[in-house]
Design a protein around this ligand. Structure first.
Ligand code: SF4
Length: 401
């Protein structure tokens, strides 16, 4: 059985991008009973459209029902699960034994996956959830590769692991820093990412950090493609990418990179250095924070932390295509570029195509020297056919001349 590449999506546009760029399954949040309240979550009508789009392409849709519910949170849950089942959602992801028990008592067609919010880190806990009829376990990110190898020998329940995305400074889902500092509940999707803020460190009245140098508690992001082959060798069921709040371009770059690596593994039984290098380039395009391999090599030390809050500038995504006809793309501007710049066409499948912007006009046909208004609609000649899933991005060489 081939591994599943599981991507996040905050809305329908991003779900479609994830699928076109190679995700086998996409997880989304509904408007009820889900974390990531600030992600633009899906209405039931949106979920239905998402499921139809995915199923037509033989892909799956999972819906997070992963809030940590209090007594007052159950009203409407049974009906909501029935509705999800009716529109043929493939699985729900839940973090609560109560929601698992309810879903299983209803004899639904949907699978029930146990969320990483349950912090499952060992085979005994997996057996527990298996006995409760869970269909899949999403392991905590805080499991080393050596631990995972042992777990995979001892369990028959399909195991999903994280391969890429943001990490918590605490065990995922076991953190109330945001609740304490902002009154925003991390377990109801309101996390203010307070671990990534800048702080001074005081001992009594004395500031221990150097003057003007603020400290953060944040973790580096996970980018564990160097462990991909080992994860495939031990036959994990699913590789999860974190990031329902991330942009369509981020999702496209990350999904395409893993798709290329996974496909090569199943074609050749190994992943070549060449493909790993290509993937590294793709990961850099979409991300703006330092990354590491998470807990796979071992419990992270100080090298897994980001102590200052430097965010790397990342404006490589310049425009997306909204129409194409006879060699001319109509694009919507996202970041600054100029006539005569050398740009790149990034498509779901195939190599990048580089071209020189030798024609850039507005909708009145007037030449535009500088594209600097976000959402501005312009037309440009392109050397290959593009479509609405194409991104126009910076090339490494910005100017043609
Ligand atoms: S504050 Fe940081 S560690 Fe806590 S839940 Fe939010 S992202 Fe995770």
């Amino acid at each position: 059985m081939k591994v599943e590449l599981l991507a996040p999506a905050g809305d329908l546009e991003r779900l479609k991008v994830a699928i076109e760029y190679g995700a086998d399954a996409v997880y989304i949040g509904g408007k009820q009973f889900s974390l990531r309240a600030r992600a633009s979550n899906f209405s039931l009508a949106d979920i239905k459209e998402a499921v139809e789009y995915a199923h037509q392409r033989n892909r799956k849709v999972f819906v997070t029902v992963n809030m940590i519910p209090h007594n007052s949170d159950f009203e409407g849950l049974r009906q909501y699960l029935e509705q999800l089942d009716e529109i043929k959602v493939d699985a729900i992801i839940c973090a609560s034994a109560a929601i698992l028990a309810l879903a299983k008592s209803m004899n639904l067609n949907m699978e029930v996956h146990i969320s990483t919010q349950q912090t499952t880190t060992n085979s005994v806990a997996i057996s527990y959830w298996q006995n409760k009829k869970a269909d899949r376990i999403v392991l905590a990110r805080e499991v080393t590769y050596e631990n995972l190898k042992e777990i995979m020998k001892e369990t028959t329940l399909p195991v999903e692991v994280f391969i890429h995305g943001g990490m918590c400074a605490n065990f995922s889902g076991r953190c109330v820093i945001s609740n304490m500092l902002t009154n925003r509940d991390a377990n109801r999707g309101g996390c203010a990412q307070s671990c990534r803020w800048s702080y001074h460190l005081y001992h009594h009245d004395s500031c221990l950090d150097k003057e003007g140098q603020l400290l953060s508690m944040g973790s580096k992001d996970m980018c564990a493609y160097d462990y991909l082959q080992r994860l495939l060798d031990i036959k994990v069921a699913s590789l999860k990418i974190e990031g329902r709040m991330k942009t369509a371009y981020y999702i496209a770059t990350v999904v395409k990179a893993y798709r290329i690596l996974i496909d090569e593994y199943y074609q050749n039984g190994t992943i070549s250095e060449k493909r790993l290098n290509e993937a590294a380039i793709l990961f850099k395009r979409g991300s703006n924070r330092e990354s590491f391999s998470g807990f796979y090599p071992g419990i992270p030390d100080i090298n897994g932390q980001i102590y200052n809050n430097d965010v790397m500038a990342n404006q490589s995504y310049l425009a997306n295509v909204i129409d194409y006809s006879a060699g001319v793309a109509t694009v919507e501007v996202r970041n600054y570029f100029r006539l005569n710049d050398r740009l790149r066409i990034f498509n779901p499948v195939g190599e990048d195509v580089y071209f020189n912007v030798d024609s850039l006009v507005d909708l009145n046909g007037e030449t535009v020297e500088i594209a600097n208004r976000p959402m501005q609609v312009l037309k440009m000649k392109v050397p290959v056919e593009v479509n609405t899933f194409t991104f126009i991005t910076k090339s490494e060489v910005e100017r043609w001349d």
